[in-house]
Design a protein around this ligand. Sequence first.
Ligand SMILES: [Zn+2]
Ligand SMILES: [Zn+2]
Length: 197
Amino acid sequence: MCPQLVGESTATATGRAPQRTWTGTCLTVACQIGVAMAVLDGWQYVWHRCMHLNRFLYRHVHSWHHRLVVPYAFGALYNHPIEGLLLDTMGGALGFLASGMSPRVSIFFFTLCTVKAVDDHCGMWLPGNMFHRCFWNNTAYHDVHHQLRTSGYNFSQPFFVTWDRVFGTHMPYVIEEDRAHGVLRARPMALHTSAGK
Ligand SMILES: [Zn+2]
Ligand SMILES: [Zn+2]
């Protein structure tokens, strides 16, 4: 009796499993990371805005993060533990699950999220920073949120500005040179134009 294979096999006539092309793999990973970024952004926008609108949540939870009037890198994840769990841990988990990415890809995604959050709070506008070239939501954009924490702008984080544009909370910025102190300053566009009148 000849042995019979049962079940499905992905092997080819040569006996080797078909190889994914490098391009196909890169496209799949890019799509998964894109989906995870969109899900994380939507989740964080909703909760971030809620924490500003609800006085209890702002006073007891989100105000911890807004002790940083002038953000700095180590303050990126200076949050109340509940905020860390709700926005970062649950948002990241939802992005991971919705995208269907593998644990290996998730290493790059979560690293990207962490580095992006640190960059958004670093207070540095260095030439050649790829985050500043790739994202409108960047160091200056989030800096404006910390400046205008009571007026309610620029809630979107960490990647896109989409939800701010959709819900009318988008505040563009200008980068001004403060020659007296030798620094650059991010200024909300509305304040900049009214000051210039
Ligand atoms: Zn905030
Ligand atoms: Zn912040």
